[in-house]
Write a protein that binds this ligand. Structure first.
Ligand code: ZN
Length: 375
């Protein structure tokens, strides 16, 4: 099997474990667990009432595509579970998101609020800027504008392990699509080390620490080199170039998250430019081909649209999500219409993560014994 595909299928990301915690018909939620750092990322906040409190409490960053109810209603469940955690959760999404969240949470009485309650910091993405708002729990989640920062590229978040990029597509309202890239981790190639006669020692840990702190350029590095059986110190001046010579070749993986976008020329250009070269595409497929008019009317994608996106983006894996409830009894029809190109593999979710309630005729009847009393 192709190594990259195997990596995606076995979730062999360096840090990230993509976990789709909603089924085909459930309101979308993608959880990205960030190992071993424990700060988990959530993409959309649909159906998540089945998630354990310990999982919800470890979510630090949330990316919302748009504030339609099926993508945002889970925020009340999330808030209920993390309310007394003394932390600030970051939310990214289109303009207007902070007002939506403020109104959503204003639906409750907060007269018992405490100083240690959680807060939300909302980052509203606009074409060329990001506006930042704070909704502090101790102040009953009343919204305050903090500041506005300029945006020069698609990247809205970058830390040592990953970066997240975005583009605003048209869904009759702005809907954000996201790209998550793992960043290369520190790694030295043992063969390259041997060919340069480098000896193991404390200098490797120092080298690693400087890489992690983004401080490779901050001065020379003392390394150990084998010489006549006894390691000797040598000073390396150009440490970034030294790392380039020694580094282990890696192919960090990337994920694209696309939901609730119209199949317009402008949207397709934005999707193509943000998501080129991704490994795993997680994408809505709301309608079957015969219902293309419904897809166009509501600015959603149908199966033939996703087929075209797969052909253009050529990811190793595609996971369709967010089927219309029209197909509750017929999910397979949507999936059968999907035709991934060569080298692209379809990952199929169950219809629902949490079982639907039983209908009366599905409840097994107890065995009824003959009533002897009236014999
Ligand atoms: Zn929508």
């Amino acid at each position: 099997m192709h190594r990259r595909l195997r990596n995606v299928l076995q979730r062999n990301f360096h840090f990230l474990e993509p976990t789709f915690v909603a089924g085909l018909l459930d309101d979308p939620v993608l959880l990205l667990r960030n190992h071993p750092f424990g700060d988990n990322l959530l993409f959309d906040c649909g159906q998540l009432h089945h998630l354990a409190k310990r999982i919800l409490k470890r979510i630090d960053t949330i990316f919302i595509s748009h504030a339609h109810m099926d993508h945002f209603a889970g925020m009340t469940t999330l808030t209920r579970n993390i309310l007394v955690a003394p932390k600030t959760v970051d939310l990214y999404g289109p303009a207007g998101l902070s007002e939506r969240l403020e109104h959503l949470l204003a639906g409750f009485d907060w007269n018992l609020s405490e100083d240690f309650w959680c807060s939300f910091r909302v980052h509203e993405i606009d074409q060329n800027s990001v506006r930042h708002f704070l909704l502090p729990g101790p102040d009953r989640f009343r919204r305050r504008f903090e500041d506005e920062t300029e945006r020069h590229d698609s990247i809205i978040l970058r830390n040592r392990q990953l970066q997240v990029g975005t583009a605003l597509c048209d869904h009759k309202i702005p809907s954000a699509i996201y790209r998550i890239d793992e960043l290369p981790s520190f790694g030295l190639d043992p063969e390259k080390m041997a060919s340069m006669r480098l000896a193991h020692g404390q200098w490797i840990q120092t080298f690693k620490d400087r890489f992690k702190q983004g401080e490779l350029e901050n001065g020379p590095l003392t390394v150990l080199v084998e010489a006549d059986g006894a390691p000797q110190e040598r000073l390396i001046d150009d440490v970034p170039a030294f790392y380039q010579q020694l580094k282990l070749e890696q192919q960090p993986l990337s994920i694209g998250y696309v939901t609730d976008v119209g199949f317009t020329k402008e949207n397709r250009e934005k999707i193509g430019s943000l998501l080129h070269g991704i490994d795993l595409l997680i994408c809505e497929c709301s309608y079957i081909a015969a219902d293309v008019d419904k897809a166009r009317e509501s600015h959603h994608l149908c199966s033939t649209d996703l087929n075209q996106l797969m052909t253009e983006l050529l990811p190793s894996c595609v996971m369709p999500i967010h089927l219309s409830k029209l197909y509750t009894d017929n999910c397979q029809q949507v999936l059968q219409e999907l035709q991934p190109p060569d080298g692209c593999h379809l990952l199929q979710l169950p219809e629902r993560i949490v079982p639907r309630p039983l209908l009366p005729n599905e409840i097994p009847l107890p065995e009824i014994k003959p009533d002897r009393g009236n014999d």
